[in-house]
Design a protein around this ligand. Sequence first.
Ligand SMILES: [Zn+2]
Ligand SMILES: [Zn+2]
Ligand SMILES: [Zn+2]
Ligand SMILES: [Zn+2]
Length: 484
Amino acid sequence: MQRNIDTLTKTIHKYLERNSLTTDTPPWEIKKSDLGGFGVFATRPIETGELIFKDYPVILGPRAALTCPVLCVNCYSNENLKPCEKECGLQLCSSKCQNSSSHQKECKIIRQWQTQKITGELSEKLTKVLSPIRSLLLSDEDKTVVKCLKAHKSEQHGFEVDIMKNILHLNIKEDEEIFMRFVCSVMDSNAFEVIVGNEDNQSSVKGLYPLGSLANHSCVPNTTHVFDEHQHMIVRAATFIPEGAEIFHSYSRFIWGTATRRFHLYRTKHFLCKCQRCQDPTEFGSYVSSILCKVCKKGKVIPIDPLVNNGKWQCEGCGEIVNREDVAGISSLLGAALNSFTTEDIDHMLRFIEKKLLTLVSENNETVIELKYKIIWIVGHQKGFTWTELSDSLLYTKEKFCRDLLSLLETLKLGQCKMRGLLLHELCSCYKEMRRREEKSGHVSKIRDNDMRNLLQEAADILMYDVGAPAEIKNLWPDEIKKF
Ligand SMILES: [Zn+2]
Ligand SMILES: [Zn+2]
Ligand SMILES: [Zn+2]
Ligand SMILES: [Zn+2]
């Protein structure tokens, strides 16, 4: 379908209207982007934290990745799963989910296609190809929405349809196959991972958000997004956005270096990012990609032109030229070491940072950051390292790592991003435990109530609407959002 701005804008507005998500004067509009294709732009200055838009998934379904657990196909719970009584092959958690109108529709179409019983492993396969099946059940209006989104043509798309035909032996019609293959490529380019469930029982599915997917990617996004309990995507400004500026979000991980991010974006979304951060050899002075020079031992080695994939690197100190392969070699070696640690290995991880990493790479290198981030989520959370169990030294280490990462996010100009919200909450939990220990041993703590309250309030503001936010945070939200 030929995309032009007027019909695209109308289609998106009508879609939001059907889902009761329109506002009187939305602060955004769809325009041609300098990046090619369309983008979303600010129609007026937008303040940090301001709500920009809410979106609803036109298609929502289980993820196709091998590692994803099987979930109830209606409510995405992973408890009490039973095969559908009508033997479509899907799993559901209750008679309520079994009898839901959305399941009845997909159940019927799958049973019409079936040529064999679908149980066990096949049932798992069927769950993972459910999203394209659901696209056939959309209203004509919603099909039009999907058709106006961008699709990438590439051979890896549509493997879900191959599974339906060659493994599940579903008897699908040719026009259904053509549309489902198209939907698979649209979802591959545009779908978001959506968090469902609460803090303790989270899983993720994938959703196609029409307006959300029109916003382009930048590794320095000016927005942040979360999902509420009804799978709405809530997009808010992470930094101040001037009138006329393009609205960006990020499909990548902030703590990865440029080469890692660009490779991942190319592999999954088929484009080479050329954003401000990708262009800057030092990534705003963070040196997330850099390694230490083997010649002068202290200079940082950075890419001469980070947008050239196999270009040369150079030491900022002594000028030594380093081949890209040598840098990549160190990174993959460290990456492999990183993946070999198990949760109990914290002492080992800390020694690895001190004795090995910091002799090879700069202090903010992606492997150092990745490891610190891993440790932050073990300490205070995992068995053997809960708040009451952990040693004083680990508690202080976690507090320092939280501060290190928060300052890195600032260097990377990420504003009020979701990761900042999560880290502020973790930092606050550290302070609380530090104070408890100081008071228990008869000391007067220097940690003030007010400071902790401010940290927690900022975390609550950033994570507002997020279904996965910790209960302590949710309690601080305004009543109308709690009831949302
Ligand atoms: Zn269910
Ligand atoms: Zn069924
Ligand atoms: Zn970039
Ligand atoms: Zn050097």
